[in-house]
Design a binder for this molecule. Structure first.
Ligand code: NAP
Length: 245
């Protein structure tokens, strides 16, 4: 039943986000169509990327629980972000969020999967992690070889993994959010409904989503891929994609 309520909330969210995107194109005030649906989001990791992307979603009106192994240290962050922000442990985050942003060093994924893997079942996971061999140890090797997306999906078999927000540093993300024209964020995943929800969340963060395809295809925007670091519009990214295998 809880899973069903979550799906219903996601559908309402995608629907209202779609209306918001359409009204932005119409010559009437977008403010007349206030957002009516929010989605509960949690971050696993609240450092550079967790606090930045979570902060975008707070601005868009979503409640976000930021997690850490030392949640008391997140007080300045949640005080700064206001009433929609709260802090907690990883377990609190997984109890709270329908959508979970993975924002920890890739080396921590196996331990998090071992301790909390079951709690990810049915959750949409926005995977922003990058695997760096010098930093992340053994797990970085299969991630580099097979792609982070497929490696994460193997570590968290119940999660609905969507790769997003991994291609740019947080300084650039903050500068680029809500730029006119919008900059593209490539996303990829194997679950179509999860892709729709994350597309809407990318829009609400102030970017235009470009669905690159399956998790396998997310290799195109990993550190060794041609779209890593891309700073371009969605149209330009779609044109570039046509030239890539
Ligand atoms: N920095 C960027 O601009 C950027 C851009 C795109 C993608 N990324 C990727 O995003 C991920 C995070 O990078 P970051 O720069 O945001 O890192 P960061 O600033 O160092 O933050 C890492 C966060 O992960 C938490 N953490 C670490 N180990 C953990 C564990 N075992 N269990 C639970 N929480 C843990 C830390 O919290 P506590 O220590 O308080 O528990 C901290 O909040 C990396 O995979 C990185 O490659 C980063």
């Amino acid at each position: 039943m809880a899973h069903r309520n979550f799906l219903d909330r996601c559908r309402l969210f995608v629907y209202t986000a779609g209306i918001a995107a359409l009204t932005a194109l119409l010559p009437i005030s977008g403010a007349a169509f206030a957002q009516t649906s929010t989605i509960k989001i949690a971050t696993i990791g609240s450092g550079n990327i967790g606090s930045t992307v979570g902060g975008f979603w707070i601005k868009a009106g979503h409640p976000v629980l930021f997690s850490s192994r030392h949640p008391e240290e997140l007080k300045p962050l949640v005080d700064r972000l206001g009433q929609l922000a709260r802090a907690g442990t990883v377990r609190d985050a997984l109890a709270f969020g329908d959508v979970v942003l993975m924002a920890v060093p890739y080396g921590a994924y196996p331990q998090i999967a071992k301790e909390y893997g079951k709690e990810f079942a049915g959750k949409i996971m926005v995977d922003a992690g990058n695997a760096v061999i010098a930093r992340d140890g053994e797990i970085a090797k299969p991630a580099r070889e097979n792609g982070v997306g497929l490696t994460t999906a193997k570590l968290f078999p119940g999660a609905r993994v969507v790769r997003a927000f991994n291609i740019l540093g947080t300084g650039r993300l903050k500068e680029m959010a809500n730029h006119s024209p919008l900059f593209a964020i490539p996303i990829a995943g194997d679950d179509q409904e999860a892709l729709k929800v994350v597309s809407a969340l990318v829009r609400e963060a102030g970017f235009e989503p470009v669905i690159v395809g399956s998790l396998q295809r997310s290799k195109l925007f990993e550190q060794t891929g041609p779209l890593y670091g891309a700073q371009m519009t969605a149209n330009d990214m779609r044109e570039k994609l046509k030239t890539l295998q």
